[in-house]
Design a protein around this ligand. Sequence first.
Ligand SMILES: Nc1ncnc2c1ncn2[C@@H]1O[C@H](COP(=O)(O)OP(=O)(O)OP(=O)(O)O)[C@@H](O)[C@H]1O
Length: 464
Amino acid sequence: MFEQKVLSEINRYQLIPRKSRILVGVSGGPDSLVLLHFLCSLKERLELELVVAHVDHMFRGEESYEDYQFVEKTCQEWNIPFEGKRINVPVYMERTGDSSQIAARTLRYAFFEQVMKKYQLSILALGHHGDDQIETMLMRMTRGASGIARAGIAVKRPFLNGEIIRPFLVVTKEEIHAYASRCKLTPRLDPSNQLDNYVRNRFRHDVLPALKRENPKVHEHFQRFSEELALDEQFLQQMTENYMEKIWLSKTKGESQIDLNQLLMIPKPLQRRAIQLILNYLYLKRPSSLSAVHIDQLSALFFNPHPSAELHLPEGLIAEKSYGTCTFRFHQKESSDYSIIIAIPGETLLPNGYKIKAQYLEETPDQAGNHSFYLPVHKIKLPLIVRNRRNGDNMIIKGKGNHTKKLKDIFINEKIPMQIRQNWPVLIDQSGVIVWLPGLKKSNLEFVDTYDEQSFIYLEYHKA
Ligand SMILES: Nc1ncnc2c1ncn2[C@@H]1O[C@H](COP(=O)(O)OP(=O)(O)OP(=O)(O)O)[C@@H](O)[C@H]1O
């Protein structure tokens, strides 16, 4: 039974203590409308205080405003305080360059925060369910996530002074729909959920049905895997931290040093995590500019039998190995040559005072101008690297005929002054193919007009 399943999940994780003050995020769709209905049924017994928040992201004109009015009216009928906001997400996307999903999420959570403070609520309840969990985990693993990033959506996690809870992860979409029709609820349906141009929807329509045919309770196994993985990761992280005191020889702002023998002595699965912690410390507030490639490069340096070697990392960080120690220091290069791995997602600062912002996109993008670039992941070999120009550089220009052009000629045609050319960023992939001359010319690798691409990297070039 639906109710029993959800109640035992609530008890198991102690999601809703008696007298909880809860904000329910209600889009008007089946999941969150059923969640609200279900929580209302517990209201008296658990002496709950419920408030509803709804955000109209203004993606679908009047139709999305009808969702707003629907949720507002339902709350009036069910006698629950309602807080709604219409936010022009498309305008925000234009200003920040964020994808529609990231922008909508950021603004929605900001509004949730506001309402929770206003009513002094400590719990935010959301309607994610078991199918969402499977899709999320498959998408993350397909994209190559590692460590804790492979775990799915948490049943409960800290938020503000309280928690976000998701009591429906234990049930499927079908079970929610059955509850809705049993209780004669008439939720709104978001047409974007039916479209096939989001990666998530492709997993939903193509992959999920096959898994459910194999085992209708597959969501329970994914849920268990996610929870076990999160616990294992937490434990391994704690173990790694316990070793760090022995690994660090000195930690100062200018220069830090580690004991390589100590690092190589700890269990192998912890070594990678220790390197991650070292890099997090060295880069202070910049962990987003780090990628798995840097960890690979560092462990290659540490494990290399040669007693001394040097590795140049982003933002001028140099790792210098000498026998049993490795010293890290930041250094401004005298030579004007540079070569930096692009952080995805993240922002990479360039020596010419600009930056490249990169993120993965799930939906099929629109065309971009000269300061942004949509790169289908399957067309290149990661990592992406930005470097200055080298003798003999040439690229295949996007456009009629896809002809090859020397960078030298592009700079001359575009009248770029000599002294600026040397520092101009050139984006290449791992095999050295020139992908983009940011702000100047695009290669033929940019997404053109096919709608069946899997996943994109969206790059933007701005002043830092
Ligand atoms: N516009 C919104 N306003 C308020 N809460 C929202 C909104 N969009 C999503 N939520 C909350 O976040 C949860 C997950 O959102 P998501 O978009 O992944 O699910 P959904 O399939 O649209 O769910 P639903 O069937 O409730 O519309 C929803 O169940 C709901 O609790």
